[in-house]
Design a protein around this ligand. Structure first.
Ligand SMILES: N[C@@H](CCC[C@H](N)C(=O)O)C(=O)O
Length: 292
């Protein structure tokens, strides 16, 4: 099957974007993995599908697959690229669109300076909704909120990391580190991602607080490995930092691929706002093997 695609990136988190407004292409997990493959396919951290509105009051449906082929609930950097894609292709002329995702409706908006701001909705803190299994664990009070002490191995003297756990529609475990450059992202990331207390796996964030309005962040993403930036990871890290008393309500997040600005007023029903770049890199066609 030959398909048309657009390659996009938001702060270096890169995407293959598919226009499925005329109908779903019906790709298999193996075909998503092929598109994401950097040697045999196009190469991407996620594959984003733009589908028609599934309901009154929303403009589009936004379907997200990780590089490992699994469908996921949310993708923040992708949401900004989604907005630029539907505008550049003339699928809408609205400045704000309402987009249905697996975890609810989000609202990306074009800004005057060419970046995109996304209302990502409110964070979710109840462990059961992350989902995060807390059986037998006690929350450890920290700065007005709490962390959870996660054992990374079954051995009694194995590493234990304190993580803040929340959902931005997708699951995140965020730990504070002294220096992002030496943070054990490659070593701990996969162990946190697959930790048995996260039945749907988890995105592992490593957060260095520079000052109350500036942080540095690396994220080992579920289903994709470490990426140059993770939008929902930035939202989760700032929300965690605010609740732990370390951050103000508007924070610049420095990632390896660029700067994202995250705002959260601090109430449980307050939405998280994420602002950052969204760039079209190139467009093309590719033959996708049928048998994958
Ligand atoms: N890169 C994304 C997040 C993509 C999904 C994530 N890997 C998951 O499995 O939840 C972002 O910018 O938010």
């Amino acid at each position: 099957m030959r398909i048309r695609f657009t390659k996009m990136q938001g702060a270096g988190n890169d995407f293959v974007v598919l226009d499925e407004t005329a109908g779903p292409l019906g790709l298999t997990p193996g075909q998503y993995r092929f598109l994401a493959d950097r040697h045999f396919g196009v190469g991407a951290d996620q594959i984003l599908s733009v589908r028609p509105s599934p309901a009154a009051g929303v403009d589009f449906q936004y379907v997200i697959h990780n590089a490992d082929g699994g469908e996921v609930e949310q993708c923040g950097n992708g949401a900004r690229c989604f907005m630029r894609f539907v505008r550049e292709r003339g699928l809408t002329d609205k400045d704000v669109v309402r987009v249905q995702t697996l975890s609810g409706v989000i609202a990306p908006r074009m800004t005057a300076d060419g970046r995109v701001t996304v209302d990502m909705g409110p964070p979710v803190f109840e462990p059961v909704r992350v989902p995060f299994d807390t059986a037998g664990l006690d929350p450890q009070p920290d700065g007005g909120w709490h962390t959870w002490h996660l054992a990374l191995s079954a051995e009694a003297d194995g590493p234990i990391v304190p993580v803040a756990v929340l959902s931005m529609g997708n699951p995140h475990a965020v730990q504070l580190v002294d220096d992002i450059e030496t943070a054990p992202v490659a070593e701990q990331g996969p162990r946190i991602e697959h930790h048995p207390r996260f039945p749907q796996r988890v995105n592992a964030g490593f957060l260095q607080v520079v000052d109350r309005t500036h942080v540095r962040l690396r994220v080992f993403e579920r289903g994709a490995g470490e990426t140059l930036a993770c939008g929902t990871g930035a939202c989760a890290a700032v929300v965690a930092g605010i609740r732990l008393g370390r951050l103000d309500r508007r924070v610049d997040v420095e990632t390896r691929g660029g700067i994202l600005t995250i705002e959260w007023a601090g109430g449980e029903a307050d939405p998280v706002l994420m602002t950052g770049p969204a760039v079209t890199v190139f467009a093309g066609e590719i033959d996708v093997p049928d048998e994958l």
